[in-house]
Design a protein around this ligand. Structure first.
Ligand code: SF4
Ligand code: SF4
Length: 430
């Protein structure tokens, strides 16, 4: 009776936190290398327009209280399925692609799986410039797997919910210690690891302590609100109410400004980027249908990893090499299309529609078992933070003297607290 994915997003969380992965930001680039472009000698994050989530298994050794993404006895994906993925994608869509290994717990597939899968995807699909990411709880990380992942520059998303006591109270005794052990191995092999922190209606009261934990340890913070699930029988047990999620986002916006040069809060950066560019830059805030697919352990294709394991959301199978039209004409494909049309009407008068797009279709359908009767249930939170960012931006732009927008000391040597424009400047120049 779990609520949601957590565990092991980079979007990268093993059984994981529904990881709003990042999406296309059109930044001109000269040279393409892995997840970056090189511009004027600086590396910049380059988001790929096409995302395939590979779910090697829905099995997971951890038992996080609010996770809905694991399934006991789930099979492990075979290398033949990876070969089918390769054949399917050769003629599917001609765009740069990111593959995220997600779960369940993807490391359960073992080193031999990655030793074969990574070169197959990388070399056979080189025309799509594949990049990789993984969402894992790190429990099964070994030096052998870390070496393989490091060879393909696979960034890792993992999950901890704050200090050990808070993490273990939500994810089970011993979770923190096992994840930190894997983290040590990953770091020792040069892997880039970020953590997603799931805030529940229980941990929210410790938000200051949780923020300080991430700050003190030098971890980038990506937050995930505990959500109701299509599989859940008791959706209110852990879920963070939208109003509290909105408060949390404003709290983290203030903390981001206060500690602008010490910590990145990914969600706040993404929200600022959305407002600044007037377009969604993470999957939650774009029309994700057709840009994201997930492949389950036995080759079934779904709209997103969050639907994996539910037969009613299967769009096709990689062994049949379906085209885009085939997938979008499936019942699940048509459902996703109807959500897009619904948003055009339901959010038509909202000032944020261009860079919100009604939020996540899964979040919208989870409370109403697969029916479209509203937009993302976090609409209240999105409106709150988008209003806050826009209003602060306009205030700084039109009301404050120039020097007060800056993150730097003024001529009078008075240090001014950075404002939203300083944060936006930091974010778009990253
Ligand atoms: S359903 Fe779409 S918006 Fe929601 S998590 Fe999946 S890809 Fe992202
Ligand atoms: S903030 Fe709410 S009403 Fe506005 S676009 Fe997003 S989901 Fe729709």
């Amino acid at each position: 009776m779990s609520l949601q994915h957590t565990g092991s997003s980079f979007s990268p969380n093993g059984p994981v936190a529904p990881v709003p992965h990042s999406y296309p930001l059109s930044i001109p680039h000269r040279k393409y290398e892995n997840n970056y472009t090189v511009k004027k000698g600086k590396k910049r994050v380059m988001k790929n327009p096409f995302h395939i989530m590979l779910i090697p298994t829905l099995g997971c050794p951890s038992k996080c209280s609010y996770c809905w993404s694991s399934e006991e006895g789930s099979p492990i994906m075979s290398i033949d399925t990876i070969r089918d993925v390769v054949t399917w994608l050769k003629d599917f869509r001609n765009d740069r692609v990111t593959f995220t290994f997600h779960g369940g717990e993807p490391l359960l597939a073992g080193p031999e799986f990655y030793r074969q899968a990574l070169p197959l995807l990388s070399h056979e699909l080189h025309l799509l410039n594949p990049e990789f990411a993984m969402q894992t709880n790190l429990w099964r990380m070994t030096p052998e797997i870390a070496r393989i992942l490091a060879e393909y520059h696979v960034p890792i998303g993992s999950s901890i919910d704050g200090p050990e006591t808070i993490t273990d109270s939500q994810r089970g005794a011993g979770y923190y210690e096992k994840t930190m052990r894997g983290y040590g191995i990953a770091k020792a092999h040069g892997l880039n690891v970020r953590f997603i922190c799931t805030f529940t209606n229980k941990s929210i009261k410790y938000r200051q302590e949780i923020f300080e934990f991430f700050l003190k340890n030098g971890f980038t913070l990506k937050l995930h609100p505990a959500l109701p699930s299509l599989r859940s029988e008791n959706p209110g047990q852990w879920a963070l109410p939208p109003e509290e999620y909105g408060d949390l986002l404003v709290f983290l916006l203030d903390k981001s400004l206060e500690h602008m040069h010490e910590i990145d809060v990914m969600n706040i950066n993404d929200l600022c980027r959305c407002v600044f560019t007037r377009r969604g830059t993470v999957c939650t805030f774009v029309d994700c249908m057709g840009s994201t697919f997930a492949v389950g352990p036995e080759g079934s294709i779904y709209p997103c990893y969050r639907f994996v394991g539910m037969p009613e959301y299967v769009m096709g199978n990689v062994r049949d090499h379906p085209g885009m039209n085939d997938l979008m004409q499936s019942e699940a494909g048509k459902l996703m299309g109807r959500f897009k049309d619904y948003v055009d009407t339901a959010c038509g008068e909202c000032r944020h529609i261009k860079y919100c797009r009604g939020g996540c279709p899964y979040n919208a359908m989870a409370p109403t078992p697969g029916e479209i009767r509203g937009v993302d249930s976090h609409c209240v939170a999105y409106k709150r933070i988008f209003d806050e960012i826009n209003d602060r931006f306009n205030k700084e732009m039109f009301e404050l003297p120039m020097m007060e927008m800056s993150a730097f000391p003024s001529k009078s040597k008075k240090v001014v607290k950075p404002g939203i424009m300083a944060l936006m400047h930091k974010v778009v120049s990253q």
